[in-house]
Design a protein around this ligand. Structure first.
Ligand code: SF4
Length: 149
């Protein structure tokens, strides 16, 4: 009996799939056509905050990543809960394609304020994904084409 191989599964930041979920209500691009061989799972961790929404940024406080809104509110807990709920409902991913420089989705490209200095690190979503999906291959919209074959 022939067993059909499952399609590889790729998690993609929603704003790279034509979703108008960025803070200013725009999308970034649509890479769906390049992922026809994959089962695509789209996720925007900030979507629950609606659009347009105030910008958020990351700040290290007591050695922990904090999500701070431009109006001063600390959104770490609500954003973490949103991400945890998504991850609890997910199986594994083969690849993960993220939007660079985002406080949530950036992979090694996100600015974070740490002791008065801006450093470059992972966004909150990526920080959490790396703890669980350590076998997945991570990249972003700047280099996904050379990594999806
Ligand atoms: S970068 Fe991430 S959080 Fe920001 S709009 Fe895109 S999917 Fe949503």
């Amino acid at each position: 009996m022939l067993v059909k191989a499952r399609k590889k599964r790729v998690l993609v930041s929603s704003c790279l799939l034509n979703e108008m979920c960025r803070y200013d209500g725009t999308k970034k691009m649509n890479i769906a056509d390049d992922l026809k061989d994959y089962e695509i799972i789209s996720f925007c961790p900030e979507k629950f905050m609606g659009v347009p929404r105030k910008k958020i940024s990351l700040e290290m406080i007591n050695e922990n990543i904090n999500v701070v809104c431009e109006d001063g509110m600390n959104l770490t807990k609500v954003l973490s809960t949103e991400i945890d709920d998504f991850m609890n409902a997910c199986e594994s991913f083969d690849k993960i394609i993220l939007k660079s420089k985002s406080p949530s989705c950036g992979f090694k490209t996100t600015p974070i304020l740490d002791e008065g200095e801006i450093k470059i690190a992972n966004g909150l979503l990526v920080h959490k994904l790396l703890e669980v999906y350590d076998e997945a291959i991570f990249f972003d919209e700047t280099n996904y084409k050379e990594n999806i074959c």
